[in-house]
Design a protein around this ligand. Structure first.
Ligand SMILES: Cc1cc2nc3c(=O)[nH]c(=O)nc-3n(C[C@H](O)[C@H](O)[C@H](O)COP(=O)(O)OP(=O)(O)OC[C@H]3O[C@@H](n4cnc5c(N)ncnc54)[C@H](O)[C@@H]3O)c2cc1C
Length: 391
């Protein structure tokens, strides 16, 4: 097979990129090692920034998002029993977030890909890449028909944190920056109508909790736990008791209880690999960077990367100009580091560290008080959370 851009991974980065390139008339092949069902059913991100929402409408994949997405004008921060609202729309001149599950985004993008009839391979085994530092980049993989080889001009490494593209770059050519947090999130999906129209982030003596939702009938809730927490020790009853203890506010607000549909523990890390390009291999999304989920930035950063990459490739194919391709890594990393800073800050403000003491807890409460009462501080949080425009 021959194509212009070979894309490894059919997560948000790979699928958005494939569609953006299609709209520019650029051919691509997407190679994914999991099944279509697994890719669709993975429950992960749920908060879309304003720019991600705008892009989905612009590229014609926003029809269901318009109908089913839950637009939120702000969030609540809860501490000392009080819930205080940060009004994004007022503070940012109308920008907001939309709650729409990552798996719904994926369904819409797979449908869009299939309608273009451009190739998308699921269940590809033994995926490997080569030749990206020469003039002959190749993706090889095995499927039911045997071994296949895709010759391409460029490879987009959109295969997430555990993929094969980043490790294919010689270690001496990459610099990695990492912070692993001494806590994780125990997350549940519950059959319960949301009792708040907006997300509630809480700092409690027992640690962090987050109330969020996926639809008018399903809530998504998280509890700070240890990174290697034993899920078996957490009955549904215990999870709900702890969630209510951490989230219940003095005004009587509390999440509705309901059947637990799914539960899991996720560790938290901040990670950046620089540069995001090696020869004709371009890394995008989680393949190049990971943020702790507190700032809801992971999926949105992946979209920002591939939006930039698609414009750079379009310019190259239209005029032979490689300027945007040459600037891809530096330009992406500027946004990435700003999102890293924001995600780290939200995480540090809202979690209790095992190394911390009562002084740290009091300091965190004072910070939350400031962040919810100073217009300047609220504006800073609002513009970062709702997301900076794509430039
Ligand atoms: C529990 C949880 C909650 C989250 N909440 C949020 C949130 O609220 N907001 C937010 O913005 N982000 C959130 N994130 C992060 C977000 O889900 C990721 O940042 C996002 O999925 C990144 O997209 P991606 O396409 O770069 O990578 P991925 O989604 O990881 O996609 C990579 C794809 O590549 C495939 N792949 C891997 N290896 C290979 C291989 N060798 N060959 C072929 N294919 C391969 C994978 O199967 C996968 O389909 C959350 C993540 C988790 C885990």
């Amino acid at each position: 097979m021959r194509t212009q851009v070979g894309i490894v991974g059919a997560g948000p980065a790979g699928l958005f990129l494939g569609h953006l390139l299609h709209l520019e008339g650029i051919d691509s092949v997407i190679v994914e090692n999991c099944t279509r069902e697994h890719v669709i059913e993975r429950v992960r991100a749920g908060v879309l920034e304003q720019s991600t929402v705008d892009l989905m409408h612009q590229i014609g994949v926003g029809e269901r998002l318009r109908r089913e997405g839950l637009r939120h004008g702000g969030i609540y921060l809860c501490f000392g029993g009080q819930r205080r609202r940060i009004d994004f729309e007022d503070l940012t001149g109308g920008r907001s977030i939309t709650v729409y599950g990552q798996n719904e985004v994926i369904k819409d993008l797979i449908a869009a890909r299939c309608s273009t009839c451009r190739p998308l391979y699921f269940e590809a085994d033994d995926v490997s890449i080569s030749g990206f530092d020469s003039a002959e980049p190749r993706i090889r993989f095995r499927d039911a028909g045997g071994m296949r080889e895709v010759a391409c001009d460029f490879i987009a490494g959109c295969d997430g944190f555990h993929g094969i593209c980043r490790p294919a770059i010689p270690p001496a050519c990459l610099r990695m920056y990492e912070r692993i947090y001494p806590f994780g999130w125990l997350g549940i999906l519950a059959q319960a109508a949301p009792s708040s129209e907006e997300l509630v982030y809480s700092l409690h003596e027992n640690g962090f909790a987050l109330f969020s939702m996926r639809s008018p009938a399903v809530t998504r809730l998280y509890l700070q736990c240890s990174p290697d927490e034993d899920l078996a020790a957490w009955t549904d009853e215990r999870i709900w008791d702890e969630l209510l203890e951490r989230l219940e506010a003095a005004d009587g607000w509390r999440p509705n209880r309901g059947a637990v549909l799914q539960k899991g523990v996720t560790g938290m890390r901040s990670f950046v690999a620089e540069p995001m390009r090696h020869g004709s291999l371009f890394l995008a999304g989680d393949a190049a960077h990971i943020v702790p989920p507190t700032g809801a930035k992971g999926l949105n950063l992946a979209v920002a990367d591939v939006h930039r990459l698609s414009r750079a490739l379009a310019r190259h194919y239209r005029s032979g100009d490689t300027d945007l391709l040459d600037r891809y890594s530096d330009a992406c990393l500027r946004r990435v580091w700003r999102a890293q800073r924001f995600s780290w800050w939200m995480t540090s403000m809202l979690h209790r560290s095992p190394d911390g003491n009562e002084f740290d807890f009091r300091r965190q409460l004072a910070e939350l008080d400031y962040v919810t009462s100073s217009r300047a501080a609220m504006t800073s949080l609002a513009e970062n959370y709702a997301g900076l425009p794509f430039d």
